[in-house]
Design a protein around this ligand. Structure first.
Ligand code: HEC
Length: 217
């Protein structure tokens, strides 16, 4: 073997472990585990796997309770499945919007350096693929109104996602739909009425229900 090859550090995984360079110990580093300690870890792992039939007990965390799982399980279907009780009006939504949303999305949802929320394409055409000048908005692009509730509740306002109670989310959803000309002043939204709203872009999308058989090309 030539000298140059001997000096070269072998790429990780290229040879027996013993020939790989050892990690360097710097003065503050408490050291490496010795063989006995490593063996104790292996045995604990095997014991744990035997006991629970799956993963070792790492000694931290706790089992997820049904309540905590429910707190994360907040997605809402296009048919309104998952919508919580509560309601909110366009007017209340406008008040909340002025307090918590206007600085980023503009007084009429026209956007700033951040996303526009309102605006329709004349005739509700769908020119986005061929003409990049049109901005995608709730009114011009979103096929389901329930997505608006889901999105606001999970992600907005941007600095405090998840902070809005259901009544506020219904109200903000109502106001943004009114900015888009889909609801009118005085309208109120709840779990019954929200899924019934027909969005302008409703028929612009098809459900991809392929299952991976010969129909997928
Ligand atoms: C600090 C700025 C900020 C504030 C305040 C804020 N947003 Fe947003 N919002 C954003 C940004 C940035 C996005 C885009 C996020 C992305 O695409 O990942 C967004 C996206 C959205 C969208 C989706 C738009 C789309 O077409 O994709 C909605 C709806 C929305 N915000 C509603 C709200 C509502 C309602 C409030 C007030 C409760 C709010 N936002 C407050 C910055 C903000």
């Amino acid at each position: 073997m030539a000298a140059a090859e001997e000096d070269a550090v072998p790429p990780v995984g290229s040879g027996p472990a013993a020939t790989l360079p050892r990690p360097e110990l710097h003065p503050g580093m408490p050291g490496l585990l010795n063989e006995a300690e490593l063996e104790a870890l292996r045995q604990a792992r095997e014991r744990g796997l035997r006991e629970i039939g799956a993963l070792p007990d790492f000694g931290f965390g706790e089992a997820a309770s049904p309540e905590r799982i429910a707190a994360w399980d907040i997605d809402i279907g296009p048919d309104g499945e998952g919508l919580p009780p509560g309601s909110g009006s366009v007017e209340r939504g406008e008040t909340l919007y002025r307090l918590q949303c206007v600085q980023c999305h503009g007084a009429r949802g026209e956007g700033s350096q951040f996303e526009a929320l309102a605006g329709r394409v004349p005739g509700d055409r769908f020119p986005f693929a061929e003409d990049r000048r049109w901005r995608i908005t709730v009114g011009s692009y979103w096929p389901y109104a329930t997505t608006l509730f889901d999105y606001i509740r999970r992600a907005m306002p941007q600095a405090a996602p998840g902070s809005l109670p259901p009544d506020d989310v219904y109200a903000l959803t109502a106001f943004i739909l009114q900015l888009n000309g889909i609801l009118e002043p005085g309208d109120v939204l709840d779990a019954e009425s929200l899924p019934r709203i027909r969005m302008p872009a409703r028929d612009r999308f098809v459900r991809d229900d392929r299952r991976g058989g010969p129909e997928v090309r």
